[in-house]
Structures are given as C-alpha cells and as structure tokens.
Ligand binder design. Sequence first.
Ligand code: NAD
Ligand code: TDX
Length: 341
Amino acid sequence: MRTTLVTGSAGFIGSNFVRMLRGRNEPVRVICLDKLTYCGNLANVADIVDKDRVVFVRGDICDAALVAELWKQYDIREVVHFAAESHVDRSILDSGPFVQTNIVGTQVLLDTARKLGCDRYLQVSTDEVYGSLPEHDKSAMFTEETPLAPNSPYSASKTAADCMVRAYFHTFGLPVLTTRCSNNYGPYHFPEKMIPLFVTNLMEGKKVPLYGDGMNIRDWLYVVDHCDAIWTVLNKGKPGEVYNIGGNNEMTNREVTEIVLREMGKPWDQWVQYVKDRPGHDRRYAIDASKIRRELGWEPKYRFDTAIRQTIQWYKDNETWWRAIKSGEYLTYYEKQYVSR
Ligand code: NAD
Ligand code: TDX
C-alpha cells in the first residue's frame, strides 16, 4: 500500500481530504503532519485516526530533522502539501508566519523529497497567485498561463512557494504537481473566513461584517470537489504541470451574503454591517478549469445552492465545534480585525 504524507491535515481542506480518502477506502496509508496552529484542530480528524491507515503526528513542516525522520520511518513516497498560513487578513496584520510556513516550510519539504526520494509531490496552491481580474470583462479568467501577480502577503508567500516547486522540477527533476483552486466552503471551515464567519455570527445573534461595497467576486467550490480534484491530479496529473481547479460559480460577496441570510431566515437590513474594506482587496477571481476537465476528466459534482444548505446545516449540527473555536485567541483577533477599525 502507498504511504502518503499529508501536511496540514488538521485544517479545513486537509481534514476533508483525509476524510474523503477514508470514506472511499482508497488504498493508501496517510501520515498526517500538522503543527496544530490556531486553526489546526485535532477534532477535525480525531475520529478517523487509527494506527494502520491514518497516523497523526504533531509537528512543524519547517523542522527539517522531523520531516526527514518521518520520511524514513514511514517510507514516504508521496506528498500532498496543504499546510499553510491561509488567511489573507492575518497576513496583513503580520506577514512573518506566512513567509516562514508557506515559503520555508515548502522548501524543507521539497528538499527532503529531493534528498530522500519521492514519486509524487503535490503543492496545494491558490488562484490568488494570479492577482485580480477586471470585474466588467467577464471573458477574462485565470488560466494556467496567466502571469503570477500576487497582491497580498498571503498570496505573495504562496507564489514564492509555487516558484520553488517549479524550480525543483526544472533543476532537480522532482516529480511535482501544482493545483490552484478557487475559494472553498464546507464543513470544518475555520470561522474567520467569510462563509463560516457569517453563518456562525448569525447563529450567535451578531451582524455579518461585509467589506467595502460587497461587490468583490469569488468563484466558490464545495470542499469535497476540491479534494476529489487533488486526488485526481495526484493520480493522473503530469509531473511539472499546473492545474487550475474551480467551480465555475462566480458570485459577488453581496450575493453570497443574500443566500446565507435567506437560508437562515434573517433580513438584510438588520443583519448586515458594511465595514472598512480589506487593504489591497482583490476585486475578482475567476478560474478557467478547462485543462483539468479536458486532460484529467475532472469536473465539480456539487451545486452551490444545495451544498451551501448542507454546509449551514453542518454548522447548526456542530455548534460545540465552532463555539470552542470562537473563544480565546479568536476573540483577540476578532477585536483587532473588526471592532477597533
Ligand atoms: P487552514 O488554515 O484551515 O489549515 C491549515 C493547516 O495547516 C492547519 O491545520 C494548521 O495547523 C497547519 N499548519 C500551519 N502551519 C503549519 C506548519 N508550520 N507545520 C505544520 N502544519 C502547519 O487552511 P485551508 O483553508 O485548509 O487551506 C489548505 C491549503 O489550501 C492552503 O495551502 C491554502 O493556501 C490552500 N487553498 C485554500 C483555499 C480555501 O478556500 N480555503 C483555496 C485554495 C487553496
Ligand atoms: O469578514 C469578512 N468580510 C468580507 O466581506 C471576511 C473574512 C471576508 N470578506 C470578503 C473578502 C473576500 O472578498 O469575503 C471574500 C472571501 O474572503 P475570505 O473568506 O477571507 O477568503 P479569500 O480572501 O477570498 O481567500 C480564500 O480563498 C483563497 C482563502 O482564505 C485562501 O486561503 C484561498 O487561497
């Protein structure tokens, strides 16, 4: 059976990915490596960890000695690299951890893969590396050839990591794959990101903070579709290639807010608060995912209207999960980000 190192597996997408592999009974042993930072949560995977098929190790991807030890101990031949500092707003408050984890951490993994051997290395990247698109020209979309033009410290750190991945392919022939996905939503999404923040605020009786004019556009993809695309690329992708992943589901933040409010039975006027815009806020992201569809036969299976309903229901059914998160460090962050601006 193959052994795959999955970094960041206690986070939102990483935990959904491991859960999907277990749910489908894929023939793979997973070594989960996660530092359990403020947004990593052992509860996200606790029920699927077992000694044989899903091993959990708490540790930092920047710790080269630990990564090498795991590589040898478990005979790792494959990597799916999710671990990252992932929240744009936090990268504006302090970019240091983003440079460390997203760039240095990626370099450590690549170097270990090069030295100790690796059959497949998949870098989970983001559409944000391409920058922002004009909002009025709907024909403009990000393709894999779009020049990289990151605008936030978060996306700049992800871009630097992507460049290292590319360099390890060209210089050392490491069999790397890169995926660049649009905005995800679904269960286990940390409630600092827009959709889970808005859903849980409404459940707490708090208003939802909409940045600027609320007309920024994102392309939303259900997390299980993203995980399925990553598995497809890992198994069928061509080394050295980049694959865009998207939902073909562009919406303004106002439209998303309207849907969430409607689903939760809350009128706009009482529950939406326009707040100061995010500095450097990218206006529009839109993914052209025709390459992965054409070459690997992947396309999204979930529709936004049904998957958002399931997602809201998940937060209703898992109040203990998010209420435990929305305390402690989270409150300090919330105060800095929303109350004092
Ligand atoms: P997340 O913030 O929910 O989870 C990140 C995980 O990484 C956490 O469990 C955290 O503990 C772990 N981690 C952080 N620093 C670490 C370190 N130094 N060593 C080991 N583990 C560490 O993030 P997410 O939303 O699940 O995103 C996962 C990946 O997908 C990221 O690389 C992100 O850039 C990318 N991505 C996310 C989205 C999205 O919409 N969320 C879209 C496209 C791409
Ligand atoms: O309180 C808020 N109010 C608001 O209007 C928050 C947190 C966000 N927003 C807006 C900003 C964005 O236009 O909603 C949109 C989505 O914001 P986020 O959920 O913070 O996501 P985004 O900045 O688009 O980045 C996400 O998608 C790409 C992930 O966090 C990244 O990790 C991923 O790479």
